[in-house]
Design a protein around this ligand. Structure first.
Ligand code: GLN
Length: 229
């Protein structure tokens, strides 16, 4: 890994689709993560190439040396810190419980007994669901992308889902989904940009320096405002 050499192209792995963080519009890959890493690369003078993949494949792809940087609305967690180093946080998020908008009987975790909860493989929502399945008595369905998760609740295959609130709010606001969030936020966490642990200090420093510069120049805020109200 020739980190730091001038002509090195860093490959950035992002989620297949995770609006407003990464999604395709008119054939163009856009979103907060995409704009942010492009702006950081420009600010720090390095070149990137972005690849989309299942969210659960991002850290394995880094471990296999196929990508240098992982994004995708990726939450900073202690578990992940065993294998990756994270940049400074760039976005505050957390998981919400979501049901069909005509659902009258689920208002919180306490109402999930005997229900089916759909989660996305490898996410904070999936670990939260796993950890609490016994206490609340629901069963778990796993899918590999957010769109399928939303679909399963819309079509009644599952009763509830767990998704990051900025993502489900954006999907409801822009996609006309027949879903609503209920109850308290289940977790609170921050998104970070990840690189393979202990092997990419120079790259991580460029990412953090770039991020700090974008915050100072106002470009960070402009990117956020492009996608969020
Ligand atoms: N923020 C969540 C996580 O890191 C979900 C990310 C995603 O689905 N792309 O697990």
């Amino acid at each position: 890994n020739a980190a730091g050499s001038a002509d090195k192209v860093y490959t950035v792995g992002v989620d297949n689709t995770y609006p407003p963080f990464e999604f395709t519009k008119d054939g163009q890959l856009i979103g907060i993560d995409v704009d942010l890493i492009n702006a950081i690369a420009k600010n720090q003078g390095f070149t990137i190439n972005i690849e989309q993949m299942d969210f659960s494949g991002i850290i394995p792809a880094m471990q296999a040396g196929m990508i240098d940087v992982g994004m995708g609305g990726m939450s900073i967690t202690d578990k992940r810190k065993e294998t990756v180093d994270f940049s400074e946080p760039y976005f505050a998020a957390g998981v919400s419980l979501v049901v069909a908008d005509n659902n009258q009987d689920i208002a919180s975790l306490d109402d999930l007994t005997g229900k089916k909860v759909v989660v996305k493989n490898g996410t904070v929502g999936a670990s939260f669901a796993d950890k609490n399945t016994e206490q609340y008595g629901y069963s778990i369905i796993q899918v590999s992308d957010s769109a399928s998760m939303f679909q399963e609740v819309s079509n009644g295959t599952a009763d509830a889902l767990m998704e990051d609130y900025p993502v489900i709010s954006y999907a409801i606001a822009t996609g006309g989904l027949d879903l609503k969030t209920v109850g308290e936020r289940l977790t609170g966490d921050d998104y970070g940009i990840s690189v393979l642990k202990d092997k990419n200090d120079e790259l991580l420093k460029m990412i953090n320096d770039g991020l700090a510069n974008l915050k100072e120049s106002g470009e960070y805020e402009t990117i956020m405002n492009t996608y969020l109200d």
